[in-house]
Design a protein around this ligand. Sequence first.
Ligand SMILES: C[S@@+](CC[C@H](N)C(=O)[O-])C[C@H]1O[C@@H](n2cnc3c(N)ncnc32)[C@H](O)[C@@H]1O
Length: 223
Amino acid sequence: MASSPAPRISYAQARAFYDRCGRWLDLQRCLEDAAFADLLAHADFADAKRVVEFGCGTGRLAQRLLARELPPHAHYVGFDLSTTMLRVSRSRLARFRARAQVLPLSGPPRLPLAPGSCDRFLATYVLDLLTPADAEAVIRQALRLLAPGGLLCATVMAAHSGLPNRAFRSVWTALHRLSPLFVGGTQPADARAWLGPGWRLRHCRLIRRFAVCSQVLVAQRLP
Ligand SMILES: C[S@@+](CC[C@H](N)C(=O)[O-])C[C@H]1O[C@@H](n2cnc3c(N)ncnc32)[C@H](O)[C@@H]1O
């Protein structure tokens, strides 16, 4: 179920789409916050020292982590493709000064950081809009960047067998077929399919909000 043959959006289209979204993206909080709460409950952020986030968007989750979840000496580095998202997240995280940094990516998921340089790697609601090859590349980057024992923390839009979600998905899939741009390129996915060897699945749960379903996944990088 993870990889769909339907076309995905290009890097340029993703950048243009999220440049237009800007702060409006935060309106999705009513659909995402229950999944974020579950993620935070299962990823021991109180013990984290160095957090990397791929596709940080408006920096909403980073702000919460830095303000309320991480120890005061912990550092955060976020990456995004969209110029607007970089501006919004930098302004939102400015008050954390040297503890938070947000850096641009040009498209391909190559993060210019040293191996073993973080203990949490976040990718929320972004793997599900990438090509399967890029989603796997992000997971490989997580494997490279996480120190042994570190945690990959991901959420994706997911499928559920209940009637409301099936109805929601048929509308979503129809829109995606018309143009992936109508739905920001996102398609329901199962992030477990992208985990190669080197991971121990620690937590995987489906969380429903209204008709929308999210998968929350926490996987530990094996030594
Ligand atoms: C649906 S938003 C999710 C934002 C945030 N993670 C959240 O959960 O609210 C997807 C984000 O991923 C970014 N993105 C999409 N493709 C990307 C790529 N190839 N490299 C880096 N960021 C990307 C978008 O610009 C956008 O900010």
